[in-house]
Ligand binder design. Sequence first.
Ligand code: NAD
Ligand code: SSN
Length: 502
Amino acid sequence: MSVPFSQELLEAVASSMITAKDMELLVQDQAFIDGRWIRKQQTFSVQEPSTARVLGTVADCDLNDVQSAIKSAHAAQKSYYTSTTAAQRGSLLRKWHDLVIKNVEDLARILCLENGKTISEAKGEVLYAASFISWFAEEATRCYGDTIPSSTPNTIVMTLKEPVGVCGIITPWNFPAAMISRKVAPALAAGCAVVIKPPSETPFTCLALTKLALRAGFEGKIIQVCPTKNRQVASELAINPLVRKISFTGSTNIGKNLANLASGTLKKVSLELGGNAPFIVFDDADVDLAVEGAMMSKFRCSGQTCVCANRLYVQRGILNEFTRRLVQKVSELRLGPGIEDSCTQGPLINASAVDKVKSHIEDAVSKGAFVEIGGSALDFPGFFMQPTVLSGATTDMVVARDETFGPLAPIFSFDTEDEILKLANDTEVGLAGYLFSRSVGRVMRVARELELGMCGVNTGKISAAESPFGGIKESGYGLEGSKYGMAEYQSIKTVTLGNVHL
Ligand SMILES: NC(=O)c1ccc[n+]([C@@H]2O[C@H](COP(=O)([O-])OP(=O)(O)OC[C@H]3O[C@@H](n4cnc5c(N)ncnc54)[C@H](O)[C@@H]3O)[C@@H](O)[C@H]2O)c1
Ligand SMILES: O=CCCC(=O)O
């Protein structure tokens, strides 16, 4: 873990603001409503997490803007669906995908600057975001209905899959590109129109993706983007009766709040909420693989992913060896501004994210945990927190219950399978989890008993366009990606064709 930053590196960062060339091509600071880019008097600023400077300002939409966007999307949605075939919608998505790939460097730069993740992670995220677009370009043409043997003579029962209508899309800052494309691509494939409220910390990536979608040929009113810092304005998406579906990714409390608001008009709702992932290493695991998995799962995006390992449980027989090797790997990380190629860990999103990690460390240490490596925030204008490993973590510590959402790996120990299942499931959320063991029997037993939506076995990498993504318990409901992802944006209509001999 190398700090402090060198003079060269600081200079590289100083010259890293979004350039005029990017501005012309992809950077956009206006809202997109009713097929037009709208400049607003009222704006809000976006901070660069690596320097705490203002990266730019963006239109701050008011209630009127959001209502106009919804009305316009509603007016346009039906004809979009009826005037396009599934193959045509797929083809538009493929063009969008190709433009995203063509612009991967610029998109990654914008994403890296506004989010802070390293440039290589940012490129990885843009490719990941693109993979959802191409996946749903294919799925568009595979939305089969059923014909059902009827219990009534001379009758055919069939089902039609139809778009739900206007979809409100609300996403978080930790994946500024992928969280948008994972929702917008299936919605457009199904024939819906979308009104997007991008995260106020990272709106530029969403606006750039929107520009590319328009270039690909999507009709302007099918995609509307309303950046706003005002939560009440954003919640109009959950309230307005013209919106028929709300798809939200973010924290559990806001998700519950939006679900309550959406119940007023009984909208279809998908919620991808917070996690508290257990990462379980049994004595019979391949330790190198487990350490590699922990590095990937814990330190991706500096620990700010919903599927990040939050609690590392290691069986006592390999506790010391695992801890030693993990600490060694963490010592090789390079913390610094994401835009600098050689850095492997970027800053956190803002000062309160750093404070949260610090408070989890302080609480754990006050209750007996030991800081094996890291432990401090950097005294630097950006929001840098050292990757940290704690040993001796126990269940009374805040880290056992709360999603840290930062680069903190607390190591707990356990002895038996029964004990670890109780510990792992002792949380109100159930998004992702990981387990490492060479025993197939154990893997199947434990994977079945874990209360999770997603379980990585002998791997820290579980996210992919083809894999169903979603949680259980208070991590929400609904699935994204995969063959199930389209259904979230469709309703099934049953058509009963009677007296077919007529
Ligand atoms: N399950 C998943 O797929 C998944 C993926 C990424 C992040 N997350 C979770 O998201 C959280 C981190 O993201 P965050 O801090 O941006 O979450 P957040 O809930 O604060 O914000 C998410 C989005 O909701 C908006 N928002 C906030 N209050 C709102 C309101 N009252 N009405 C309408 N919109 C509102 C925000 O502006 C942002 O766009 C973590 O808990 C993480 O686990 C979950
Ligand atoms: O933060 C949650 C989403 C990240 C992912 O898709 O793996």
